[in-house]
Design a protein around this ligand. Sequence first.
Ligand SMILES: Cc1ncc(COP(=O)(O)O)c(C=O)c1O
Length: 408
Amino acid sequence: MNSPNNTNTTRAEFPLLAANPALAYLDNAASTQKPKTVLKAMDAFYCTSYANVHRSVYDLSERATAQYEDARGRVARFLNAQPQEIVFTKNATEAINLVAYSFGGGEVREGDEVLVSILEHHANFLPWQRLCARKKARLVVAPANADGTLDETSALALVSPRTKIVALTALSNVIGVPTPLARMIERAHQHGARVIIDGAQAVAHKRIDMRAMDADFFVFSGHKIFGPAGIGVLAARAELLETMQPFIVGGEMVKTVFLDNAEWNDIPWKFEAGTPPIAEAIGLKAALDFIESIGWQRLHTHEQTLTEYALERMRALKGVHIIGPKTFSSGRAPIISFTVNGVHPHDLASILNERHIAIRSGHFCAQPFLNALSYSAAARASFTIYNTRAEVDALIEGIAAAQKIFRV
Ligand SMILES: Cc1ncc(COP(=O)(O)O)c(C=O)c1O
């Protein structure tokens, strides 16, 4: 087993990291690097089985279709859902927009409410803001506690018979703390509301079970979980998908087309208009195989140890402010946002870049949240299985070097 001190064997499985031994890639919450197995699966598909899917009767097309549908089955097993409940999209953002348009468009009326939290990424904020403007509904925003975690008591109290949709992140991409979902989902259902969970961050850190979670919709992106960019997943209860109108219309999502109307295809294909991301679905399957071959327990132990260490080292640095809870607690994901007195986050990221350390700087597509916490920008380091204590040390040294340059 790799300890956080020695992940050389894991690192070797990632061609980009193997080719850049000096690189400390600490921007995994934005996107992860890709293991060989994912790249090989996509390459093999293009070299041996590529054709468009669901369109033709020749062998190659049938082989491509079988592999594409096999990937759907793999995603379904990964989430404990049924294959017909899995819709492939371009990314998590598109999946949320699909739900806002197709489910929200049908269900939300003037005077209704959609409840989100202040912690949301723009991807789980703007589609609801737009839906509410279109429908003359009210966007209700559940607040955070002073430490940035969801104020669960207030959030629960905001669910009412007017609430039609509750849209929540499972894990903040800013503070790395899991959102308490169980009571919110239960309360929403008691009031007849439907729940969509943004799993873009959570999916890379813990096993998701759609059935146990009892959410109505769950979304994630392949690229944050070692898969390729260009594929996302909407998992939804079959009975909801059945009643929803398609989001995008065109080829393959339809059974029969007349001059003045059309009969939609069955689920999930009703929601997959046009040529889908075929190789990307196959790459995603390999990514899910990869994460399960690491094992959730090993991933979890590695990430928790590294996060605790990074928090401890950051707390010891003068002038560094951790956004969110400052101390480690079990379940905290390896995502740490912070600011450094007197050093703009972009300057810090540039100085770290000179040391071959890649971190994120800016508002992390969560402007309302950062503003609520009185920040306009911050820096963020995020870790995964291939990161090491040595990289955390390099980050800390880099921050100290930036403080010296700016004489703070
Ligand atoms: C919490 C959260 N939701 C949604 C997204 C959007 O993901 P994508 O850009 O892959 O659609 C992100 C991306 O950073 C995220 O962190």
